[in-house]
Design a protein around this ligand. Sequence first.
Ligand SMILES: NC(=O)c1ccc[n+]([C@@H]2O[C@H](COP(=O)([O-])OP(=O)(O)OC[C@H]3O[C@@H](n4cnc5c(N)ncnc54)[C@H](OP(=O)(O)O)[C@@H]3O)[C@@H](O)[C@H]2O)c1
Length: 304
Amino acid sequence: MRVFVAGASGAIGSRLVPQLLDRGHEVIGTHRSPAGAEHLRTLGAEPVALDLLDARAVRKAVLEAEPSAIVHQATALADLRDFKHFDRSFAQTNRLRTDGTDALLAAAREADVRRFVAQSYASARYARVGGPVKSEDDPLDPTPVPAMRETIAAMRHLDEAVTRAGGIALRYGGFYGAANDGMVEPVRKRLFPIVGDGAGVSSFIHLDDAAAATVLALEDYRPGIYNVVDDDPAPLREWLPVLAEVLGAKPPRRVPRWLARLFAGEAVVMMGTESRGASNAKAKRDLGWELRYPSWRQGFVAAY
Ligand SMILES: NC(=O)c1ccc[n+]([C@@H]2O[C@H](COP(=O)([O-])OP(=O)(O)OC[C@H]3O[C@@H](n4cnc5c(N)ncnc54)[C@H](OP(=O)(O)O)[C@@H]3O)[C@@H](O)[C@H]2O)c1
């Protein structure tokens, strides 16, 4: 296949490109800087400069590339620090998930591209009732915390627009596997506490496993939504001390909900105390996906 990867230079894109090439696919990767172009060339992809928020440029790039598949992995999450003003911090990513997705879908329609896979997210989205682990068929949170409303709505837009168009939305777990993963520095500095009872469940996924599932989804192509997470959804109170130990950091502090709400905001409190994890049964069954790191327990050690 000739695969057009938007966001090819990012954390997941740069793992995905080599795996696609290994499987014999051609890759056209988007970038926004000369350094990004060079990085893509080194990986073996054909670079194309593109701002995904410029719909006309998206149309032109896709029509010129004549791909047989499109993968949307563009986000703007580097340097994410402020979780208190969650929607403000995610504003650019939300645009990439709404306007960026719509522009790519329109271009795909026009260029008659039949395979479309986009990055979505699993943790902290399912309804905060019932069991700790949710499948793709379980309801999403009908009342997201106000600080996350726009972000949650953007992910819903992406899931719905992509599946309506016959595409695949991959609800990834929290990415890890790169030395500069966002959570590494705060955990090392003991700035990432266990909030309240720490019962909020997270699902993780190693970047290499996430890329592998993405390749399978593209090749096998059964449209729909898939949770792309590991086998081991776990509460904050369980995974955070393990990560701290692996990183050689002091054990995480514990802070009461009210204090976390004051300093870090309600989204952080929700994720730390109420969030539900996700089940990967569908992706394993339908895509024949096998994980190299079935649990973050081995994955954190291997990565860090
Ligand atoms: N599921 C998850 O947990 C999840 C999901 C995504 C990211 N993250 C984390 O967030 C951190 C940052 O992620 P990242 O390194 O992938 O960086 P990022 O800043 O989120 O960028 C991701 C990709 O999107 C591209 N992009 C951004 N804005 C664009 C635009 N307007 N038009 C076209 N492409 C655009 C970037 O291209 P440029 O190189 O040109 O900026 C890059 O290729 C990492 O620690 C990562 O693990 C986690």
